[in-house]
Ligand binder design. Sequence first.
Ligand code: HEM
Length: 154
Amino acid sequence: MSFDQSRQTPDARVERTTAEEIGRATIAAVVDDFYGRIQHHPTLAGPFGIVHDWPAHKAKMTHFWWLSLGGRPYLDYRYEVMPKHAAVGVTAALVDDWLALFETVVHAHVEAPALADAWLFRARRMGDSLRLVEAYYRRKRERGDTPSLAHRAL
Ligand code: HEM
């Protein structure tokens, strides 16, 4: 039985090879630039004040995007994205700011529009999940539960 490639969406075709096509060096450059800018950002610098080892954070995030874009793991690290962001106090407005900055930086480094779009598609989807984290803890607070993960009000 032959495989009908015309049934694949363009996004699925791009996503399978996005990590290799962008390349680890460019992913690392985006991460470096992005977190460099975050440290001076009017709304994002504050929450990121808890990061003390920037080289370690950048190495972790380069690996995270490499994996998210279809690359094979090369670090032994277990990500806990949702609990960590609940603890940081992520809000929908901060997610919007994060994504706006990320979009600027990705476009500054990734020339091919299809590759930039594939990466930004992934980032926006994660942003949607993070907005749900905020909504989840807001509902918990409204019910009077004490959020177990958030160490400050969202
Ligand atoms: C789509 C948007 C975002 C993505 C894809 C993203 C992704 C990630 C990932 C993968 C980690 C590593 C988690 C781990 O070590 O297990 C991380 C850490 C972190 N993120 Fe985000 N993030 C986003 C938005 C935000 C926003 C809006 C904020 C705050 C305003 C934020 C603040 C942080 C901080 C402070 C850490 C370090 C946490 C720690 O080391 O304990 N992130 N992020």
